[in-house]
Design a protein around this ligand. Structure first.
Ligand code: NDP
Length: 328
């Protein structure tokens, strides 16, 4: 058997954590034969709740689950970590100034980056889920100079999955019949879910793309604002689908993208497709040997160009703001 994989989850006692931990422990992430050790990081007031979740995990008698440890100290929590899900963050609250939001997250993701730098395993892979995810990932990466920046990623997989599901519904097919969808840019309302390359059962979606009212006024805003629609419907946020997308992201990163030509992942830009280097932005990606690879050579039309540039500009302004506050 392989050595156990150490997985650190921050914000483990929150809503996403509650869904995520059971998926990981049941073997959905790395397969039923891969033993996983869970290392839960929480802030002190949430430690008791994390202990409750750990009791339920223990009671599930999962064959794939090794140990469960709970920490309120980042240095200890990331010790030996092979994979880290950074879920806990300070999301934007109504009336909150951007500077307050960014500085609160600098106080979380800076020290977590340092702890990863100090103690994580050499093969550490980090997925940031907590918002603003792309910029939080950038903050963590900038505090981990000894870890390749390519190991810090942010989640746009939920947006990608939402785009697949919306397109499948419109086309009247199963989600697995849909391929070559890309979400570009920031995990925010400026994200660009791109159907220009999309196929249904191997055929381009030319007719759907010609329906600009559907693309621009229905599909695009539905994908970008789906989180708010779910809060409205269930009175609570989209925690289970977020956890499921986080599993998809890390599984594909570790084991390769299967069943689709590519997926969408927010990774450190190398300047591909005119997205400035040094921004963590979403791209069409495959994964080989545990490394994300940007799919090259896709044609970018004028509409797409403007949307990709606008989201990259938002990422650049977030980066400038955290740089001016010495958070990166
Ligand atoms: P959730 O578990 O529901 O969400 C956690 C983060 O994920 C939020 O920033 C949220 O941002 C983000 N997120 C990304 N995608 C989604 C999505 N599709 N749906 C919902 N959220 C999404 O938050 P809780 O408040 O339930 O739990 C957070 C936990 O984190 C708490 O237990 C808290 O104690 C802990 N925490 C831990 C820290 C640490 O370990 N150092 C630091 C800060 C908090 P958004 O709201 O913008 O969607």
């Amino acid at each position: 058997a392989n050595a156990p994989v150490n997985i650190t989850i921050t914000g483990a006692a929150g809503n996403i954590g509650y869904a995520l931990l059971f998926r990981i422990a049941s073997g959905t992430l790395l397969g039923p034969d891969q033993r996983v050790n869970l290392r839960l990081l929480e802030i002190p007031p949430a430690i008791k709740a994390a202990e409750g979740t750990a009791m339920e995990l223990f009671d599930s008698a999962f064959p794939a689950l090794g140990s469960i440890d709970i920490f309120d100290d980042a240095k200890q929590a990331f010790e030996g970590a092979n994979i880290a899900f950074l879920v806990g963050s300070m999301p934007r609250k109504a009336g909150m100034e951007r500077a307050d939001l960014l500085s609160a997250n600098g106080g979380i993701f800076g020290p977590q980056g340092e702890a990863i730098n100090a103690g994580a395993a050499d093969d550490i892979k980090v997925l940031v889920v907590g918002n603003p995810a792309n910029t939080n990932a950038l903050i963590a990466a900038s505090h981990a100079p000894d870890v390749p920046a390519s190991r810090f990623t942010a989640m746009t997989r939920l947006d990608h999955n939402r785009a697949l599901a919306q397109l499948a519904m419109k086309a009247g097919c199963h989600v697995t019949d849909v391929d070559k969808v890309t979400v570009w840019g920031n995990h925010s309302t400026t994200q660009y879910p791109d159907l220009t390359q999309a196929t249904v059962k191997g055929r381009p979606v030319t007719d759907l793309l010609a329906d600009r009212v559907w693309v621009e006024e229905d599909f695009t805003p539905t994908v970008a604002k789906r989180g708010a629609a779910i809060i409205d419907a269930r009175g609570a946020s989209s925690a289970a689908s977020a956890a499921s997308a986080a599993i998809d992201h890390v599984r594909d990163w570790c084991l390769g993208v299967k069943g689709y030509s590519w997926t969408s992942s927010s990774i450190m830009s190398d300047g591909s497709y005119g997205v400035p280097e040094g921004l963590i932005s979403s791209f069409p990606c495959t994964s080989e040997n545990g490394e994300w690879k940007i799919v090259q050579g896709l044609e970018i039309d004028e509409f797409s160009r403007a949307r990709i540039d606008a989201s990259a500009a938002e990422l650049a302004s977030e980066k400038e703001a955290v740089a001016s506050m010495n958070l990166i």
